[in-house]
Every structure is written in C-alpha cells, then in structure tokens.
Design a protein around this ligand. Structure first.
Ligand code: FES
Length: 122
C-alpha cells in the first residue's frame, strides 16, 4: 500500500535551508516560550529575498516550520514575506500537532524579525 507523507512529516525528517550565514543582509535570533531558539538569516537584493537559512535547537516541528518559512521567503519581496503568518505556515505544512502550533509562531516571528533587521540597516 502506498503511503503519502505530509509536508510537515517531510520537512521534519529532512529540513531544508538549514545553516548560518557569515554576512547576511538581515538576521534574527528569537527564543520561544518553550525555551527553544530559532536563528534566521536573509540575503536581500533590491527588496527581494534571494536566500534564506535558519538554525534551531528546537523540536521537529520547528525544523518543519523553519523549512517552510525559508522556502516561502526565497524569491519574494520583503513585503510579501512579512505577510507570512503562523496560520499560513500551519496550512502550508498541512497541519501541525496541536501542542506544537506555537512552533509556527516562532518561525514566522524569526522571519519577521530578520526582515525588520534588514529594513533598519538599509
Ligand atoms: Fe519549542 Fe517546538 S520550538 S517545542
């Protein structure tokens, strides 16, 4: 029997855009109420996010949320990327376990804070 995996399961097992940057144009570090942290690094050229990486010491859901947020951000303008809500991350992952929904807030907040860092610098 063929089984299908959700984006949440896929990204939890095999996250994408994981890493750090030496010279980002926008970066953020954020700590959630659960105590876990997310780092977000962006390269922005002419208002468009051309690269995005994240790092986390959090749970599998945070790896999935960070993967989705960075994939969403790449190729979008900073204004478009600022529109990414925690609910859009949860919907894009086809759901998150009820007790891990806050992980989407952490990933969206890290992206928004990295964009704010870029906007304040340039
Ligand atoms: Fe802390 Fe998911 S980030 S439980």
């Amino acid at each position: 029997m063929e089984t299908t995996t959700s984006p949440y399961e896929r990204y939890s097992r095999a996250p994408v855009n994981l890493g750090r940057m030496n010279d980002p144009t926008g970066a953020a570090w954020i700590k959630g109420l659960c105590g876990d942290t997310v780092e977000m690094y962006l390269v922005v050229e002419d208002g468009v996010i051309t690269d995005a990486l994240f790092q986390t010491d959090g749970c599998g859901a945070t790896f999935a949320c960070g993967s989705f947020a960075t994939e969403f951000a790449k190729g979008r303008t900073v204004t478009e990327a600022l529109g990414l809500s925690p609910k859009a991350i949860i919907d894009g992952l086809a759901g998150l376990p009820e007790d891990h929904r806050h992980c989407a807030i952490l990933a969206a907040s890290a992206l928004h804070k990295a964009i704010a860092d870029y906007l304040l610098r340039y």
